[in-house]
Design a protein around this ligand. Structure first.
Ligand SMILES: Nc1nc2c(c(=O)[nH]1)N[C@H]1C(S)=C(S)[C@@H](COP(=O)(O)O)O[C@H]1N2
Ligand SMILES: [Mo]
Length: 319
């Protein structure tokens, strides 16, 4: 995501020196961790469903899904080293190193707002609510790049049904953890922390909408949103909030972080739409990471099955 104000400041200017030094330390640590991982110490024992703590631990029992694209999968190393995760850094190469030591256990998610029973669930309980599925989805960032990722998770609807929202609940709001001691980017006023996103209830209940805890058959790397994130493949990437600690049901439309930051640029719906340009650039095409030529962007990112959710809506107004 591109920040509007202050415009075009290189990350080196808004990242404090101590943060940079830390990043270098992390990168050095990563090289050592890489050696340990190559020998495979202990990681195989952490298989699903006993515990999904370690990034890159293999997830067992992954089911196939009928929603998969057959397009070429973007290599893991490209996906996990080029991230938008402003809680860590506005530099896309930053989160991979800076999130290395991020603690994803213990972790709980508050189920809040208009529900029969407000509660706080352990992430392990959530992960076991349904069988993990591989969902190979296209992901389109509002900035104009895209990737194809084999996510692991299950439909968010599985959790929503168990949470039992009240009839008045028309929207779902997702909140990312607020922990500036662990997330150096949260010490900077780049966004109004914590990161908040939302969906209309029928969008959230759509089977394509994924509650995600893995990718490439393994536990999510921290920089990709561990331990739990949302993936909404027909919307621009910023709708897919990472590291969520709260799922709240509401009657009124939530105010999402990017809409608050730049209301004329980022709306609530944020459906991928090649016919509605961002005020500062065209959305007609996208560049798949690793490719040279741009390709046309598809309406709803190619997920036509969601079109009926927006019947009768002016998607130019509801961008
Ligand atoms: N909490 C949080 N979630 C976030 C973001 C963020 O900065 N913070 N960036 C969003 C954007 S703009 C994109 S494109 C995707 C990127 O996901 P990836 O890094 O796993 O590819 O995460 C989204 N979720
Ligand atoms: Mo994005």
């Amino acid at each position: 995501m591109l920040i509007k104000k202050p415009a075009d400041i290189p990350p080196s200017d808004i990242t404090s020196k101590d943060l940079y030094l830390n990043r270098r330390k992390f990168l050095a640590g990563a090289a050592i961790a890489g050696t340990a991982a190559a020998t495979g110490i202990g990681l195989r024992e952490l298989a699903f469903p006993s515990s999904l703590v370690e990034a890159n631990a293999k997830i067992d029992g992954i089911q196939k899904s009928s929603f998969n694209t057959t397009e070429k999968i973007t290599p893991l190393k490209d996906v996990s080293n080029y991230n938008n995760y402003y809680e860590f850094s506005t530099d896309k190469y930053g989160p991979a190193g800076l999130a290395k030591d991020f603690k994803t256990r213990p972790w709980t998610v508050k189920i809040d707002g208009l529900v029969k029973k407000k509660q706080e669930l352990d992430v392990e309980t959530i992960i076991k609510m349904a069988a993990p599925e591989e969902r190979i989805y296209r992901h389109r960032c509002v900035e104009g790049w895209s990737i194809v990722v084999p996510w692991v998770g299950f439909s968010l609807s599985e959790l929503i049904k168990k949470a039992d929202p009240l009839g008045q609940a028309k929207f779902v709001e997702f909140t990312t953890i607020y922990d500036p001691r662990q997330m150096p980017g949260q010490k900077l006023p780049v966004l109004d922390w914590p990161y908040v996103e939302g969906l209309r209830m029928d969008e959230a209940m759509h089977p394509l909408c994924l509650l995600c805890f893995g990718m490439y058959g393994e536990v999510l790397p921290n920089q990709d949103g561990a331990p739990l994130r949302i993936v909404v493949p027909w919307k621009y990437g910023f709708k897919s909030a990472k590291a969520i600690v709260k799922i709240s049901f509401a009657e009124k439309q939530p105010v999402n972080t990017w809409n608050k930051a730049a209301p004329n640029e980022y709306g609530f719906y944020s459906n991928v739409n090649p016919t509605v340009d961002h005020p500062r650039w065209s959305q007609a095409k996208e560049r798949r990471l690793g490719e040279f030529f741009k390709r046309p962007t598809l309406m709803f990112n190619g997920y036509d099955q969601v079109a009926s959710l927006y019947n009768g809506m002016d998607l130019r107004k509801n961008f």
